[in-house]
Every structure is written in C-alpha cells, then in structure tokens.
Write a protein that binds this ligand. Structure first.
Ligand code: SF4
Ligand code: SF4
Length: 237
C-alpha cells in the first residue's frame, strides 16, 4: 500500500504486540505517481507518532521512516541493516526504556483509544507538505502533544436539555450514544472516539451536548430515569 495508508493505529498496535521496532518504507518525496503525495502524510504521521511515543515513555528511535525507489535495493538493504542494529542496541521493548512491559502496554492501550481524536485535532498538520525539511523539526513539539494528551475533550449529554430527537445517535460514527424515542440519550464514554459530531449536530435550540475538558464527566443517568413524558413535562423516576 501507499505509505500514506499506514495508519498511526498500525504503528502503535505493532508496539502493543511487542515489536521492538517499526519501519515504514515510502517512495521518494516529490516522486509520487499521483497527486496525493501520501508519503508526506506518512512522514507527518511518523513525526506525530514519535512525540506520542515520547509522551508514554517509549523511545522514538524505535520508529523509522525512509524514502527510496523500488530500484534501490542496495540502499534499502543498508537502511534496514542500520535500523536493525540500532533497534538491537535499544534493547527489547520496555526493557530498553526501563518500563515494565505491562505498564507500557496499558499506556499504549490508553493512547490508541485516542487516535481518532488525535487525528481530528492534528488533521491539518498531518496533511501538510512542507518545502523546507527544517520545518519538520518544529511540526509537532513535545509540549504540544503533552498538552493535547493531558487535556483531552469529553462529550456529555445534559439530561435536563436532551429532547431525545435522536439526531446525535444516528450520526455518531461508532454507535456510542444510547437512546431511543422519548428516552434521554447517553454517551458511552468507553466507546466514544471524541469526534465531536454529536456536539455539532445537536440542534441549537436544545444545546444538550456539552464539551468537557479537564473535569470528570458526570455519571450517566440511571436507565430508569431516562424516559421523557411529553406534555406532562416530567421524566419518570
Ligand atoms: S463525540 Fe463522536 S463518537 Fe463520541 S458520542 Fe459524540 S458523535 Fe459519538
Ligand atoms: S441531538 Fe441533542 S437533543 Fe437530540 S437526542 Fe442528541 S443530545 Fe438529545
């Protein structure tokens, strides 16, 4: 596949499965046969992924991207030999970093759940094609990614405002919203990928979806209290 199709999830899943290093090979930059230049996307994804790896304590040198043509077999062999040597020097995953493997896997699991959110937030930068290679050093900073991952947004449906119009549940891409006709809707936080669609589509006259940052999400309304009785302006309890 085009290197632009290598998703951040594939990389982090490889580490979660215990791989000591991940290598991505792409066509030479500016040599793309199409107008898509997916190899730039791959480069940006790798740079972002490296900052995420640093955030969770993983050595970013375990991830490498290199660009070459399919005719450059010797160059490819040399790059792979070097990368293999470097990864061997880094040691086994986790051990090289001095982190317990179980702990590392749980950090990877947490951050993998946030991949859709990270991609939405960093969407514009991921699609950039920078002319000056020096600009890539500044594309994603450690501070920016630390801030992003420590102030993750959550979405919450205010039970006092929800009118059970069902629009958000129909539009949620991962079926994270539980609700039915005349039932106050509730977001399952474990399933939510924080895309923000429910926030955008909830009619402004209801304004029932709240964006929460840096605070715990209120517990979901108990199922027995979710029924709305029209006209009587009360909900069962
Ligand atoms: S933020 Fe996105 S994924 Fe989460 S509940 Fe809303 S629509 Fe669904
Ligand atoms: S779109 Fe808003 S009012 Fe309609 S069900 Fe969802 S949260 Fe409730």
């Amino acid at each position: 596949m085009c290197s632009g199709r290598v998703d951040m999830e594939f990389v982090l899943r490889a580490f979660a499965n215990g791989m000591d290093g991940v290598f991505i090979g792409g066509c030479r930059l500016n040599d793309c046969n199409y107008t898509t230049h997916g190899n730039y996307y791959a480069l940006n994804m790798v740079l972002l992924c490296k900052r995420i790896m640093e955030h969770i304590g993983l050595n970013p040198e375990r991830l490498r991207i290199a660009f070459m043509s399919s005719a450059e077999g010797t160059a490819f062999a040399e790059v792979m030999r070097q990368f293999g040597d470097e990864v061997r020097q880094l040691g086994p995953l986790g051990k090289g970093e001095g982190i317990d493997l179980g702990q590392l896997k749980s950090r990877l699991a947490e951050v993998r759940k946030l991949i859709p959110y990270i991609k939405i937030v960093e969407n514009e930068k991921l699609a950039l094609r920078l002319a000056d290679p020096a600009d890539y050093d500044r594309l994603f900073t450690r501070d920016e990614i630390d801030e992003l991952l420590s102030t993750v947004v959550s979405y919450y449906i205010d039970p006092d405002r929800c009118q059970a119009c069902m629009i958000c549940a129909r539009r949620c891409p991962v079926e994270a919203i539980v609700g039915a006709k005349d039932q106050i809707h509730v977001i399952e936080q474990e399933t939510c990928i924080k895309c923000g669609t429910c926030f955008d589509v909830c009619p402004t006259r209801f304004g029932a979806v709240a964006k929460i940052r840096g605070e715990p999400v209120p517990p979901p309304l108990p199922v027995r209290e979710r029924m709305i009785v029209r006209g009587g302006a009360w909900r069962s309890g």
